[in-house]
Design a protein around this ligand. Structure first.
Ligand code: AMP
Length: 416
């Protein structure tokens, strides 16, 4: 038999970790729904063209896409992120603006797998379309920050920058192209290659030999329009009003090509070097238009679930929630009593599990132990004859008889 294993860069998320994932999504839902964002479930694959609108210089599109021809001959791709799908949905359904949505789910990128970097990875995120107001930029950032606090994280730093509007970005890109070309001979081979594709991304290089040249590069703030500069100032003052601290990082350009104006990233200072970025986002005015819709501004963020949970581990917060059942039923007669009682317990709001295959009382008690239940309910022939149940609070070494008709009330008291 072949040795079946998960494909590289994918994982099975098992208990108790899986419960933590679900709790993560629930905390996120609560945070963003408190600000009027509605849940959207976009498809996991789209026509390749949708993602190509993210830009030819965007690495997740050019290098990392899972694309293939389906049986109908359509060229489709698994989503590498969800903003493009949300914008496609906006163009398709034309909802009333402002359109505020949140999402949660897996994305696919053909990357080199390592800790905190997978080929299938989950993100949660929000997008708000149709509003230019700087207060919205600050709201979006504040919600991410509120979410981190709700998880219990204390060591998350916000970096923020502006990329100017479309024209500014293009002019800056040309300026950088000129600057880096002048210093090309000192750049690493990787950065030289990046330079031909997208000069802005050279700023992202973490390679040591590039650092001195990057440090001397012009900053975009020096060349943006007054309108963009005013917008950025308004965002910063709205953040100040909420006491949200930030660092302006004029080297922050981020991966995706479509970002305009406000761009931001959250970094966990509790994590070591390689993957400290736990989330980020920005404005993407222009993407809806590129997908065939009316000129519509947009802003959002995506937070990586894996890396945020790694940050939680590093800070010792947001442990996996308990998912153990309340009650374990042990039936030493014939199994039918456990069958009936479990069903009634569940119907009455208690979580309950049982042993199967009529095993010995010793084996069943062992299963009760392993289940994590706080109470075992034991039914033997005496209990059946007397319409009673033996109640044993686990780990107490004690047990007592309860009349069958009083069992729910007694459990309520014991499990309080
Ligand atoms: P991006 O969509 O590239 O802006 O990434 C947003 C966040 O998603 C990052 O800050 C990471 O936390 C997470 N992320 C991106 N790519 C991966 C990956 N391959 N594996 C795990 N997390 C990822």
């Amino acid at each position: 038999m072949p040795d079946f294993k998960t494909s590289p860069g994918t994982r099975d998320i098992l208990a108790p970790h899986s419960a933590r994932w679900r709790a993560f999504q629930e905390v996120f839902a609560k945070t963003v729904e408190s600000a009027g964002y509605n849940y959207i479930i976009p498809p996991m694959f789209e026509d390749l063209d949708v993602f190509l609108r993210l830009g030819e210089a965007t690495e997740v599109v050019t290098k990392e896409m899972y694309d293939f021809h389906d049986k109908g001959g359509r060229h489709v791709a698994l989503r590498p992120e969800q903003t493009a799908s949300v914008c496609r949905a906006f163009v398709e359904h034309r909802p009333v603006t402002p359109w505020k949505v949140w999402y949660s789910g897996p994305n696919f990128r053909y990357e080199k797998p390592q800790q905190g970097r997978y080929r299938q990875f989950d993100q949660v995120g929000i997008e708000a379309l149709g509003v230019d107001d700087a207060f919205l930029d600050a709201e979006v950032i504040a919600l991410a920050s509120m979410f981190y606090s709700a998880l219990g994280l204390n060591h998350v730093e916000l970096s923020i920058n502006t990329l100017g509007d479309g024209g500014d970005r293009e002019a800056y890109s040309n300026l950088l192209a000129k600057y880096f070309s002048k210093h090309e001979s000192s750049l690493t081979a990787e950065s030289k290659a990046t330079l031909t594709r997208n000069p802005l991304r050279v700023l992202d290089s973490k390679r040591e030999p590039d650092q001195e040249i990057i440090a001397g590069a012009p900053a975009i703030r020096e060349s943006i329009s007054k309108q963009s500069a005013d917008h950025f100032a308004a965002v910063l003052s709205a953040l100040d009003a909420l006491n949200i601290s930030y660092k302006i990082n004029d080297r922050l350009v981020r991966g995706l090509d479509y970002y305009r104006r406000t761009t931001f990233e959250f970094v966990s200072t509790a994590l070591d070097a390689a993957h400290t970025a736990i989330g980020g986002g920005g404005r993407y005015d222009g993407l809806v238009e590129a997908l065939g819709g009316p000129a519509t501004s947009g802003i959002g963020f995506a937070l990586g679930l894996d890396r945020t949970l790694l940050a939680c581990d590093a800070e010792g917060v947001f442990a996996a929630p308990q998912t153990d059942v309340d009650v374990f039923v042990v039936d030493t007669v014939d199994g039918t009593h456990a069958h009936d009682l479990c069903h009634q317990l569940r119907a009455n709001g208690f979580s309950a599990d049982r042993a199967y295959d009529l095993r010995s009382i010793k084996a069943q008690m062992k299963s009760a132990d392993r289940s994590g239940a706080r109470v075992a309910l034991i039914i033997g022939s005496d209990e059946v004859a007397n319409s009673t149940i033996m109640l044993r609070p686990m780990g107490s070494g004690e047990q007592y008889v309860v009349s069958r008709k009083d069992i729910f009330n007694e459990l309520k008291k014991v499990l309080k």
